[in-house]
Design a binder for this molecule. Structure first.
Ligand SMILES: Nc1nc2c(ncn2[C@@H]2O[C@H](COP(=O)(O)OP(=O)(O)O)[C@@H](OP(=O)(O)OP(=O)(O)O)[C@H]2O)c(=O)[nH]1
Ligand SMILES: [Mn+2]
Length: 179
């Protein structure tokens, strides 16, 4: 087996252990790990991304934000580049939600190309998930607001990956939310 495959399995195993007690917000309470694996899979399968550090960062992208994982821990296990990409896509959960959402819009265009790829795939996965099933307790208005906000973030990620951007544009079009 080649070393990239070994590395990616180590990364998936690390994320699975970190997210082991977490579930998604859909009514079926899907295991959370389906999301980061799906984000990495969008990058490779739909975005044609082969950069192993981007794929690893995609698998790990919610570990610091949503589990007890530290950036130092990621750096020790996977190196500084992977840790830096995850840092770029991590919201500061100490801030109020509205401020966090505003900062994503503001910071998106300042991200590295590697972090922009992870952000595009994360939004594409989450928007598809919203279309597939509504999270417990979400109104139709809240779903629509998420689309409107996601469009603002995706605007700042343009020029990164045409295939992923076209798929996002199509979802926004279907929702009557123009990019
Ligand atoms: N669509 C959907 N999202 C779910 C589900 N379960 C968990 N999530 C997560 O919820 C986040 C979006 O919900 P919000 O209420 O807007 O944000 P919050 O969790 O940060 O408060 C996403 O976080 P994120 O990945 O960090 O991305 P981002 O939206 O913060 O950029 C998404 O991954 C689900 O069943 N469907
Ligand atoms: Mn995510």
């Amino acid at each position: 087996m080649n070393s990239d495959a070994v590395l990616l399995l180590e990364t998936v195993n690390f994320a699975a252990e970190k997210h082991r007690n977490q579930r998604r917000k859909d009514p079926e309470a899907t295991p959370y790990i389906n999301h980061p694996i799906g984000v990495a899979r969008i990058l490779s399968h739909e975005g044609g991304v082969t950069d192993i550090e981007v794929l690893q960062a995609a698998v790990l992208h919610d570990t610091v934000e949503d589990t007890d994982t530290s950036l130092a821990e990621l750096e020790a296990a996977f190196g500084p580049i992977v840790a830096r990409i995850v840092e770029e896509v991590t919201d500061d959960k100490r801030l109020p939600k509205q401020e966090r959402k505003r900062q994503q819009v503001e910071h998106a265009p300042l991200c590295s190309g590697q972090a922009k790829l992870v952000k595009l795939a994360d939004k594409l996965y989450n928007l598809r998930d919203l279309i597939r099933s509504t999270p417990a307790g979400w109104t139709a208005e809240r779903v629509q607001e998420y689309f409107v906000w996601a469009r603002e973030v995706v605007r700042g990620l343009k020029g990164t990956n045409p295939a992923l951007e076209e798929k996002l544009e199509e979802l926004f079009r279907q929702r009557g939310v123009q990019l």
